[in-house]
Design a protein around this ligand. Structure first.
Ligand code: DON
Length: 309
């Protein structure tokens, strides 16, 4: 049983303590993100029973960015299964930045993880689809089923990303050259860029976490979205690479599967219990929200959740 009073207190305390924590800077390689007010901050919990508890700007719609990689991984697991995901994409940390080309060079052009850019583009390409539009619609639908039907593409953000995503286009061609891409490379890159360009609230992000916590059942809509046998694979991938170069530190100090995005969002999953999400734009050098990490860690610690404890 989850104690709602304790959760409310943990969420309020986390926000009060860390919503103005110093350090970090907005992502600026995507112009749209550079202009988001840096002082926004929110934290939210959604339990596996569907209770929603939040503090701060928890209804502000921010860019999902790399957290979208979790949703597309979930779809690929449904489409091609865990063995093919492991064989074709991987389940290891790269030890290098999220957009690293060197990581590909070092591993025979295998991405190693669906949660780095190369692996996420490969995952998009592995989704079953007959056209780019079908590929995109299936991915967007998965984001909505996991989180909320209100999750939608921002044309302004998508424009900002599509006109600056040259590095990801390069990664796509490298994957294609190595036969590690399963559709047209510019289709994969275009759909990947769109999946990063949707907006969601901190509450909706926590709902995604609760769906993963609840073995693939969205506790707000009641829909069984995923094969329950697949969620452990998603959580394992999040543990390995969810916060990029800080994934190990996060496992060591927080002890929960997590995933960040350069839009300032961050999600952690307490299996069987809840999703904990936070949002604030300033990022550390690895691309993780500075305040978001502190707020999520604070809630998890206050409630005594750490898988390794
Ligand atoms: O592809 C990119 O670089 C962005 N659309 C997403 C990167 C990202 O969110 C990395 N996360 N922390």
């Amino acid at each position: 049983m989850t104690d709602l009073t304790a959760i409310k207190q943990a969420v309020t305390n986390a926000w009060q303590q860390f919503h103005q924590a110093p350090g970090g800077a907005n992502a600026d390689y995507i112009p749209f993100l550079a202009n988001i007010p840096s002082d926004l901050a929110a934290v939210a919990v959604v339990t596996a029973q569907g209770d929603i508890i939040s503090s701060g700007d928890a209804d502000y719609r921010f860019a999902i960015e790399s957290i979208s990689k979790v949703c597309t991984l979930a779809l690929a697991l449904e489409d091609i299964g865990p063995q093919a995901v492991q064989d074709q994409i991987g389940a290891d940390p790269t030890g290098l930045p999220f957009n690293s080309v060197m990581a590909l060079e070092l591993h025979n052009d295998k991405p190693l993880s669906p949660l780095v850019n190369a692996g996420a583009i490969a995952t998009v390409s592995a989704v079953t689809a007959k056209s780019a539009d079908e590929r995109w619609q299936r991915i967007l639908t998965m984001q909505r089923r996991l989180g909320s039907e209100n999750i939608a593409l921002s044309d302004e953000l998508n424009q900002s990303e599509q006109t600056t995503n040259f590095h990801n286009r390069g990664i796509s061609w490298l994957l294609y050259a190595a036969q590690n891409l399963y559709c047209d490379p510019m289709e994969a890159c275009d759909v990947y860029t769109r999946q990063c360009s949707t907006l969601l609230t901190t509450k909706e992000l926590a709902t995604m976490g609760a769906t993963l916590a609840g073995h693939g059942k969205n506790p707000v809509t009641g829909e069984q979205v995923l094969n329950p046998a697949h969620t452990p694979f998603i959580l394992a991938e999040m543990t390995m690479e969810g916060l990029y170069g800080r994934s190990g530190d996060w496992a060591y100090t927080v002890g929960l599967p997590g995933k960040s995005g350069v839009g300032g969002g961050i999600l952690a999953v307490v299996p069987g219990v809840m999703g904990i999400a936070a949002f604030s734009p300033p990022l550390d050098d690895d691309g993780n929200s500075v305040r978001g990490q502190k707020m999520v860690a604070s809630v998890a610690a206050a409630l005594g959740y750490n898988l390794y404890r």
